[in-house]
Design a protein around this ligand. Structure first.
Ligand SMILES: Cc1cc2nc3c(=O)[nH]c(=O)nc-3n(C[C@H](O)[C@H](O)[C@H](O)COP(=O)(O)OP(=O)(O)OC[C@H]3O[C@@H](n4cnc5c(N)ncnc54)[C@H](O)[C@@H]3O)c2cc1C
Length: 398
């Protein structure tokens, strides 16, 4: 058993630190109102859309990241990616998450960036969609969830019907991350079979300016960066045969094959955030004196920190094991879900402990903790809720 980090991950993390210092930090200083306690008011306009200036910063960092070779690092080299394995990609995600709020989220692209689902692209689609995406010229979004179907997307009501050599898509997609800004969407719709069938769902590549495709409204969220999610509407939206991604009727399987890697990255980011919050709380516990000595000298505080440090290490090893299994060609459905489940719980616990240790000052917007406290909650909901992760784990057991 070797618990050391792969040397490639160590090198990438160090290069990323340099990149952030040289390229990202100056932008953070120049546009610091987007990181201030009033960040939400500055990032979006009155329609709740992210303002142009904020979008441009994201684009600048994205393109610099492409040039520096970080963007799409988890994608294979044959499509212009970095070809790093799942473990290395996750270690980098943990490292990036372990920092104060900043613009570094744009470095890897998040939900709008390169995704292995697009490896299902044929030659023409690679040229038209994947290459510009890998070059940071365009962004995308993953449109699966509907108003009535989140945990059970295979019951979706969106349809795509064949009309001559076109497909006509009708339906609504909800809470789509990067939906308001994506240049094209990966849209899932039923092409055959009955509600509840896993077969019979197909994926389509739909351009944002395709007639019949529109952003219905931008959703307002409790945490995360505001203006990131929207409702997409497809109304008699006609796309060509060349916009079918992968095999017709097998789009759901295409998406599910790749969702595990996403869950591991969420677990890794949760560990990074939790470590950041723990470190803040430890520093505060050392300095803050109450009843004549530092609060860290009281077991009521120090045991909370000890428990949190232990939980962080547990989840860290769990996501690394899940990633290691995938990299060794082993099935890891159970471990991916365990890591996502425990990672989301951990992030919430860390935000709670950090706030408790900070007392009233943790509740104030002057510190980053309240932002994490709000954002952590959605980690238990998106990319499969806690209950859906437990369902997956149970299915693997029984
Ligand atoms: C901020 C944010 C960003 C998102 N981004 C995207 C995106 O980019 N693309 C996209 O397609 N979707 C996105 N989603 C949607 C997300 O994937 C869904 O919210 C999630 O899958 C849960 O679906 P739901 O909200 O409809 O809850 P529901 O499915 O209605 O579930 C409601 C409750 O019932 C529980 N439940 C459901 N089924 C079971 C069961 N069998 N056993 C026990 N309990 C059960 C759930 O766990 C939950 O607690 C996003 C959501 C949010 C909040």
């Amino acid at each position: 058993m070797d618990f050391s980090e792969p040397s490639e991950a160590v090198q990438i993390k160090s290069a990323l630190d340099d990149f952030i210092e040289q390229e990202v930090a100056p932008l953070e200083q120049e546009h610091d109102r987007f990181l201030s306690k009033d960040y939400e008011r500055h990032i979006v306009d009155e329609t709740h859309r992210q303002v142009e200036e904020y979008r441009e910063i994201q684009e600048t960092i994205r393109k610099q990241s492409v040039e520096a070779g970080f963007y799409g690092m988890g994608m294979p080299e044959e499509v212009g990616g970095g070809g790093v394995d799942v473990l290395t990609r996750a270690l980098v995600a943990e490292h990036l998450a372990n920092r104060p709020p900043g613009f570094h989220d744009a470095i890897l692209g998040g939900a709008g960036g390169p995704t292995p689902i697009l490896l299902a692209c044929d030659e023409q689609q690679r040229e038209e969609y994947l290459e510009p995406l890998m070059a940071g010229e365009v962004t995308t979004c993953f449109a699966l969830t509907e108003p009535a179907h989140g945990s059970d997307p295979h019951y979706m009501e969106s349809t795509a019907e064949k009309d001559g050599d076109e497909w006509v898509i009708d339906g609504n997609k909800y809470w789509i991350t990067n939906g308001p800004y994506a240049d094209f969407a990966m849209v899932f719709a039923r092409t055959s079979g009955e509600p509840g069938d896993y077969e019979g769902i197909s994926a389509f590549l739909v351009d944002a300016d395709n007639p019949g495709c529109s952003v219905e409204r931008i959703h307002r969220t409790m945490g995360l960066t505001p203006g990131g999610q929207c409702e997409l509407r497809f109304d008699n939206c006609r796309v060509g045969e060349h916009q079918v991604l992968g095999e017709i009727d097998r789009g759901f399987q295409t998406a599910m094959n790749w969702i595990g890697g996403g869950r591991i990255n969420i677990a890794a980011s949760s560990v990074g955030r939790a470590q950041f919050l723990l470190d803040l709380a430890v520093d505060y516990a050392r300095d803050r004196e109450v009843f004549g000595k530092p609060i860290g000298h009281r077991q009521g505080i120090s045991f909370q920190l000890a428990d949190l440090a232990t939980e962080i290490e547990q989840v860290r090893q769990l996501y690394r094991y899940a990633a290691w299994k995938i990299d060794h060609g082993e099935r890891a459905r159970k471990e991916e879900s365990m890591a996502k489940l425990k990672g989301a719980e951990l992030y919430n616990e860390a935000a709670d402990v950090a706030m408790q240790v900070h007392g009233g000052s943790g509740f104030m917007k002057d510190r980053p903790i309240e932002r994490d406290y709000r954002t952590a909650r959605v980690f238990r909901i998106f990319e499969g809720t806690d209950e859906i992760q437990r369902r997956t784990i149970a299915r693997e057991l029984i």
